[in-house]
Write a protein that binds this ligand. Structure first.
Ligand code: ADP
Ligand code: 5GP
Length: 228
């Protein structure tokens, strides 16, 4: 009856540092093989446990600026004194194959994506409270005290932007938050603006076929009655 767009969905996920974006996305990816996570480039130092090309592509500030000049990024922004950017190259390729693409980016980058791809899906991950956010930021043990405070200050500006997103998910109970993000992505696939074509079958032909079948069945019944 309908043909839906084959094109994958571009999904943008933002939220304050420590809200749980990476944890949620990691779990969503494990269960959904048709979603691809875009790996960003950054000029921030690599954290222990992170891997080049898995978490980020790690560049010096100079290398990053060179790539900006080469028009390598779909969007980029400065966050806590470091550059972060989304490489352009593989995104269109995945979307064209019907694979959904997730970008986990801060709000300035998300605004640029909104200008470029207004039909993208924008999800904001919110911590259950400011106190819990600070606890998660420090509990992660990836930043020193000064950097934690910097990120916590940025978080307050970011949380003011939540209404610019399509959905907000409060990450209190992790399983529940993962399931909500998955449900939002599924629901998005059912939007009527993803209908590419209405395929209307020939009504007269269907009625004719139906009547022929009824007639055939009736003749079988009357023959059975005669035999009895
Ligand atoms: P972000 O990617 O938003 O910066 P992370 O995914 O790195 O955040 O999560 C920050 C910290 O909070 C991590 O140590 C993670 O294990 C923890 N965390 C994530 N979600 C929850 C949750 N629902 N409850 C408790 N801790 C969580
Ligand atoms: P972190 O240093 O904690 O990995 O990331 C800091 C912030 O940068 C997070 O909000 C993260 O989502 C964001 N970020 C990561 N990659 C990109 C990117 O490619 N573009 C933009 N604009 N932000 C990004």
């Amino acid at each position: 009856m309908i043909k839906q767009k084959k094109q994958g969905q571009l999904i943008v996920i933002s939220g304050p540092s420590g809200a749980g974006k990476d944890t949620i996305v990691e779990n969503v990816l494990k269960k959904n093989k048709n979603i691809w996570l875009s790996i960003s480039a950054t000029s921030r130092p690599i954290r222990s446990g992170e891997k080049e090309g898995v978490n980020y592509y790690y560049l010096s500030k100079e290398e990053f600026e060179e790539k900006i000049n080469d028009n390598y990024f779909l969007e980029y922004a400065m966050y806590a004194d470091n550059y972060y950017g989304t490489p352009k190259d593989k995104i269109i390729e995945h979307l064209d194959k019907g694979i959904d693409v997730i970008l986990v980016i801060e709000i300035e980058g998300a605004k640029k994506i909104k200008e470029l791809v207004p039909e993208a899906l924008f999800i904001f991950i919110m911590p259950p409270s400011e106190k819990e956010l600070l606890k998660r930021l420090s509990g992660r043990k990836t930043e020193d005290k000064e950097k934690i405070i910097k990120r916590f200050n940025i978080a307050y500006q970011e949380m003011n932007e939540v209404t610019k997103y399509n959905y907000v998910v409060v990450n209190d109970e992790l399983k529940e938050a993962i399931s909500k993000v998955e449900s939002i992505i599924k629901a998005e696939k059912c939007r009527v603006d993803r209908i590419e074509e209405m395929l209307v079958a020939n009504k007269e032909e269907l009625i004719h076929e139906f009547l022929m079948e009824v007639e055939f069945d009736n003749s079988l019944i009357s023959e059975k009655i005669k035999e009895d």
